[in-house]
Design a binder for this molecule. Structure first.
Ligand SMILES: [Zn+2]
Ligand SMILES: [Zn+2]
Length: 399
């Protein structure tokens, strides 16, 4: 803790994302807030100078460079070439495409442990969601640090301390740690497939209902709430929403706002010490749909695309039971959320995600039992409105 900067939480609103690592913030909410990442670099142009500087202390060992077929083509190959030219010893590994999408499961985790060498000193990931989840657990278990060079602004899990894994066919969240460094080159990220950009945007929009649920729980259950953290998330969402039009054209400024919002909300989870600032009913629904797909052996949509649709559904439910919601809770309108998603061509309905009517109805009725977190679902359930609302929403979305 000695060489950490201590600041007032208000200062965080004027800091750039690159200035936050290693800072501890004092806050009137009573909880200490820290950013335990060593380095975050977001820029348009090569991040390799910073990557090399970060890897210098690990030069004696080998750098385990992890990618998949797509991320290797997009960036991994050039990263490896550059590091070799700089005299690093590498152990590069690329997941080749299989019959199914790469899953963060026993098979891929086991494969990495086999591919890693005893003298690998550092894990460098070139990729996004799944590779990041696998690398985090490997890094945590083997006690070797890892950094990620992001290739897509597709989810808020870069700056996260948990890995979303599939173990024994079940979705499981395993505690881990932050990457020691996160690098994002916007000129690479803008080339990510549009569906990944839509997913990232969906994950950002999900924060609007997550914040509403957090306020709701604070008002009705007295749960911990930090105004500064909520304000920070809101600010990041607003900035991202302002540049929605640019996302459609993969404009670099808009991509930059998106990745910053995704990184910042990840950081806010770390500041709060829980997922509250970033996840509410919209995430519970997305999670429920994923779990059912995995159980049935089906592939599921990208996390953020499900969250985007979950946000529309949550907004619908807020409107439906508005009389139960205490005054002062600000939730978005359905038109607002759906309009933003439509603007970039992202899915807005569960049917567009391939979710059956049956599964949708089941999810609204039962997702409340899947998590302990207090959300709008719990409010409806406690007031005996759940089944009725599930029927109304299903008819509205599927008839
Ligand atoms: Zn606070
Ligand atoms: Zn999310």
């Amino acid at each position: 803790m000695d060489n950490k900067k201590v600041k007032d939480i208000k200062d965080i609103f004027s800091m750039s994302i690159e200035e936050m690592p290693g800072t501890v913030f004092e806050c009137s909410c009573g909880r200490p807030h820290g950013v335990d990442i060593e380095k975050m670099i977001v820029r348009s142009g090569s991040v390799m100078e910073d990557v090399i500087e970060t890897l210098m202390p690990y030069r004696d060992g080998k750098i385990f460079v992890l990618s998949d077929h797509n991320t290797n083509k997009a960036l991994g190959k050039s990263v490896v070439e550059r590091l070799i030219a700089e005299g690093f010893h590498l152990n590069p590994f690329t997941f080749e495409p299989g019959a199914h999408d790469l899953l963060p499961d026993e098979s891929s985790i086991g494969r990495l442990l086999i591919e890693m060498d005893q003298d690998d000193s550092y894990i460098l990931v070139v990729g996004s969601g799944v590779l990041n989840d696998i690398a985090r657990i490997i890094s945590f278990r083997t006690n070797k640090p890892y950094a990620i060079i992001g290739t897509a602004p597709s989810m808020d899990g870069y700056a996260s301390v948990t890995s979303a894994l599939v173990i024994n066919g079940k979705k499981t969240s395993i505690p881990g740690k932050y990457p020691s460094a996160i690098f994002a080159d916007l000129s690479v990220m803008r080339d990510a497939p549009m569906i990944m950009i839509q997913a990232g945007f969906g994950d950002v929009l999900g924060k609007i209902t997550a914040l509403a649920d957090w306020q709701l729980s604070n008002a009705l259950t007295g749960e911990y709430y930090c105004e500064a953290i909520a304000g920070l998330v809101q600010k990041a969402v607003d900035k991202c929403v302002e540049s929605t039009g640019g996302l459609f054209n993969k404009d670099e400024h808009a991509i930059g706002c998106l990745i910053e919002a995704l990184l910042l909300t990840g950081i806010c989870i770390g500041l709060a010490g829980e997922t509250r600032p970033a996840s509410g009913m919209e995430h519970i629904l997305a999670h429920y749909w994923d779990v059912k797909a995995i159980e049935a052996g089906r592939e599921h949509p990208l996390h953020g695309n499900s969250v985007g649709v979950g946000t529309v559904i949550t907004a619908m439910l807020y409107e439906l039971v508005a009389e139960l919601v205490p005054a002062g809770i600000s939730y978005p309108s359905v038109a607002y959320v759906a309009g933003l998603l439509e603007k970039i061509g992202a899915p807005t309905s569960p049917a567009q995600l391939g979710i059956s009517r049956e599964l949708f109805l089941d999810s609204i009725k039962n997702a409340v039992h899947s998590r302990k977190k207090y959300t709008l679902l719990q409010l409806c359930y406690d007031n005996g409105r759940m089944d009725e609302c599930a029927e109304i929403l299903t008819r509205r979305l599927y008839d």
